[in-house]
Design a protein around this ligand. Structure first.
Ligand SMILES: C=CC1=C(C)c2cc3[nH]c(cc4nc(cc5[nH]c(cc1n2)c(C)c5CCC(=O)O)C(CCC(=O)O)=C4C)c(C)c3C=C
Ligand SMILES: [Fe+2]
Ligand SMILES: [Fe+2]
Length: 338
């Protein structure tokens, strides 16, 4: 019997932190119609005329801050996760890694699976919560590419794993190392999205209004495919695992890009409120990511830390991401076996 193919896909990172590679990366990323979801002509003007030229030098500096001897942390840990998963699954499986943007490309990973004559392909986009801009984009591209093959194998997709118990336990374990009781407040800071993209969610009940925060908190059949409902659910499950009271944590959204409204509350606004309330020490989870990356290692660890100290706070402690934790690999094994 042929092997079973497993394809792990994360977002992507530039080939190097140099401006020319960051430009290539941001261009491919932001020209994706699911990421900047405006008509192609306008997207082209905005991305190629404005964002890429002006943002790349800045973003390159940030990548240089987090780049280390192993390269980009996101790519490094994705490779480690892939190797650990292959090790756990053994010879019956062929595990490949791809990045939605830049390298290793989805095209090359699919070619490896095809050459391996795998009898099936199971795709695991490495985003716990479903968003059109992340999971949706990965699934769309793979369907387009494989859809052109002469022989289309059995193919399946993991759509989200925001409530995966093993994953929840790893976040909780990583937090325990920092003694959660010693903090004044806990943040669950998710990657943000433009509100417009949540407005477009077509798989939610008509009665669901994400702008009413209390409706996001109640995870149910009518909103279970909404990025926000899934995010609040992840936060609730981690808090439950650690016995953190609802009043002691806030769910918020980081990494806003552009002038349009993104989902609120913004992490920076929450930092201001907590500083005003006299909170000094914050513990911050970043459960939209399964590996440390620019958004955790720079935005939270450096930017938010400095911002909070300038506001009178003392410390912002990031809970490390899932990275090479064996229990997360166990979670991947279960997803791979579907
Ligand atoms: C949770 C998954 C992600 C979603 C959803 C997502 C949406 C999204 N992102 C941008 C713009 C940028 N994101 C950037 C970095 C970045 N984003 C994710 C994940 C999601 N993005 C990750 C893992 C990373 C870090 C990658 C790494 O190499 O470490 C960046 C680049 C950095 C910067 O210039 O700030 C941009 C730009 C948009 C517009 C968007 C949805 C509309
Ligand atoms: Fe992003
Ligand atoms: Fe960012």
């Amino acid at each position: 019997m042929g092997k079973k193919g497993i394809l792990l896909v994360n977002l992507g990172t530039p080939d190097s932190p140099e401006v020319k590679d960051v430009k290539k990366y941001l261009d491919q990323f932001l020209m994706d119609g699911r990421v900047i979801d405006i008509p192609r002509f306008n997207r082209n003007l905005l991305v190629r005329g404005l964002i890429v030229p002006f943002r790349s030098p800045k973003t390159s500096k940030l990548y240089k801050e987090i780049w280390n001897e192993k390269g980009s942390p996101l790519l490094y840990y994705s490779k480690v996760q892939t190797a650990m998963l292959q090790e756990q699954l053994g010879d019956e499986y062929q595990v490949e890694l791809a990045m939605r943007y830049q390298n290793p490309s989805i095209e090359s990973a699919l070619a490896n699976l095809k050459t391996g004559l795998v009898e099936s392909i199971r795709v695991i986009p490495l985003f716990p919560q479903y968003a059109s801009a992340s999971t949706g984009s990965v699934i769309q591209l793979i369907m387009e590419l494989v859809g052109k093959w002469h022989t289309i194998p059995n193919i399946s997709f993991v759509n989200s794993f925001h409530d995966n118990q093993l994953m929840i336990e790893v976040f909780a374990e990583n937090a325990r190392k920092h003694n959660p009781e010693s903090f004044d407040h806990v943040l669950f800071s998710f990657h943000g999205l433009p509100e417009r993209q949540i407005d477009k969610s077509d798989y939610v009940a008509k009665s669901y209004n994400f702008r009413d925060v209390s409706q996001r908190e109640d995870y149910n059949d009518g909103n279970k495919f909404c990025y926000l409902a899934q995010s609040y659910h992840t936060a609730k499950l981690i808090a439950k695992e650690l016995n953190i009271d609802r009043k002691d944590y806030t769910v918020c959204f980081q990494s806003r890009l552009g002038k349009e409204p993104w989902v609120q509350p913004y992490t920076t606004d929450v930092l201001k409120r907590l500083a005003r309330e006299g909170k000094k020490r914050l513990l911050v989870f970043s459960p939209a990511f399964v590996a440390d990356c620019l958004e955790t290692l720079y935005e939270i660890t450096v930017e938010y830390h400095e911002e909070f100290r300038e506001l009178g706070g003392e410390h912002v402690q990031l809970v490390e991401s899932l990275n090479d934790h064996p229990k997360f690999v166990e979670a991947l094994v279960a997803m791979a076996k579907g």
